[in-house]
Design a protein around this ligand. Structure first.
Ligand code: NAD
Ligand code: GLY
Length: 366
């Protein structure tokens, strides 16, 4: 049963993002795409272990042949070196340009399969079937696809929009707790960027309200998709506005790399980074104190971490390792208030350090 639907519209693309109870309706959706020669589902072994039987049941009577290919799980396998194996498997199966690839999994699978779809035989169509909260609210929407190099994350990629996004919500019932934080942090980011109904919803919510099929969850995914769509619809290729979607990511990435991607999930690090951005916003853009207190209440109720545990000097070093640094300054996305983001704000090293030290000392964030 379809639970919610949104259209993502840009100057040369338009596609629906649909939230479904389960996989029912996926076959009809896929076979109604024009002139499909075959359907290639690409997933990882973990997702396959839990959900392959359901997707096979849905597709087994399909008039169009389908195949399932497997990738290794985890960010380190969203790697250029893993791409060739899938190209070879597609060629062995005689897959032509009328095939549709299905990215079935979290954001890692989505970015990886999207990259293969953007490049195999100069580009084939693909569909996103996200199974993590982060993929449902963020990575499946907007067409950024990429793989990693040894030299860095997402270093090779493309903008390649899916034909549609079909999110089978019941799969979230097996999502690990840390992965919920990832999605909730990105939802919070969207809420602060927009200041509309999503922020109101989050203000009334607590973490335990977010359950598969709960209206809090469905409405917040739907609203997140609306907010992200508005941005990518105007600036698909991140020539400007799309940069606002990086709120919290400058500090977040530095904390992730400082702690070697082990201590925090991406969303937890972004959550701490959002707090840094809000403290900088208060200092530099007069972000109101009352809004800061609202943000702290919302994020605490969602059990997102806000407190810096690491040494601020070390975080700073990792920030300035990032390729986007400009001498002694970095560019941040900051807020004048909720719903009033500003991107490309240059902040000096001393100001960043002062803010990180302030954040570390704020007992109310713990
Ligand atoms: P992920 O894909 O690694 O999934 C997290 C973990 O949860 C994995 O172990 C995965 O196998 C497991 N999992 C996923 N769904 C599950 C389910 N239903 N039940 C049980 N386990 C499940 O991580 P993610 O947070 O979904 O995505 C992170 C990736 O997304 C990163 O590579 C990031 O760069 C990318 N990303 C891309 C964009 C974009 O716009 N393209 C935006 C944000 C993030
Ligand atoms: N997640 C950031 C973007 O899609 O641009």
């Amino acid at each position: 049963m379809m639970l919610r639907s949104r259209e993502v519209k840009g100057s040369h693309f338009s596609y629906p993002v649909e939230l479904h109870e389960d996989f029912q309706g996926l076959r009809e959706r896929l076979t109604s795409l024009p002139k499909v020669s075959s359907i290639i589902i690409i997933t990882n072994r973990k997702i396959a272990g839990i959900y392959e039987k359901y997707i096979v049941k849905e597709l087994r009577d399909s008039a169009i042949p389908f195949h399932i290919l497997y990738t290794k799980e985890g960010e380190k396998n969203k790697h250029i070196d893993r791409v060739k194996k899938i190209y070879h498997e597609l060629i062995k199966l005689d897959i032509d340009r009328k095939a549709v690839l299905v990215a079935f999994g979290g954001g890692v699978v989505g970015d990886f399969v999207g990259f293969i779809a953007a490049t195999y035989q100069r580009g084939v169509r693909f569909v996103q079937v996200p199974t993590s909260l982060l993929a449902s609210v963020d990575s499946s929407v907007g067409g950024k696809v990429a793989v990693n190099l040894d030299m860095g994350k997402n270093m090779v990629g493309a903008f390649h929009q899916p034909e549609f996004v079909f999110a089978p919500i019941f799969t979230l019932s097996t999502l690990p707790k840390k992965e919920w934080s990832c999605g909730l942090a990105e939802i919070t980011k969207h809420a602060f960027l927009d200041a509309g109904p999503l922020l109101t919803l989050l203000e009334k919510a607590k973490r335990s309200d977010f359950q598969p099929k709960s209206s809090a969850l469905l409405d917040s995914i739907d609203e997140s998709v609306r907010i992200k769509s508005l941005v990518v619809g105007q600036d698909e290729r991140e020539t400007g506005l799309r940069a606002i979607l990086n709120l919290g990511h400058t500090t977040g990435h530095a904390i992730e790399s400082l702690t070697k991607y082990k201590k925090y999930s991406h969303g937890e690090a972004v959550s701490i980074g959002i707090m840094t951005a809000l403290l900088l916003s208060r200092e530099l853009l007069h972000f109101p104190e009352a809004s800061l207190q609202r943000a702290i209440r919302v994020m605490k109720a969602l059990e997102l971490p806000l407190q810096i545990k690491e040494n601020p000097e070390d975080i700073l070093k990792h920030m300035f390792h990032d390729k986007k640094r400009e001498g002694n300054q970095l560019k941040f996305v900051l807020l004048e208030d909720f719903g009033k983001p500003k991107f490309g704000i240059t902040v000096g090293r001393d100001q960043i350090l002062k803010t990180l030290l302030l954040q570390k000392g704020m007992k109310e964030l713990g």
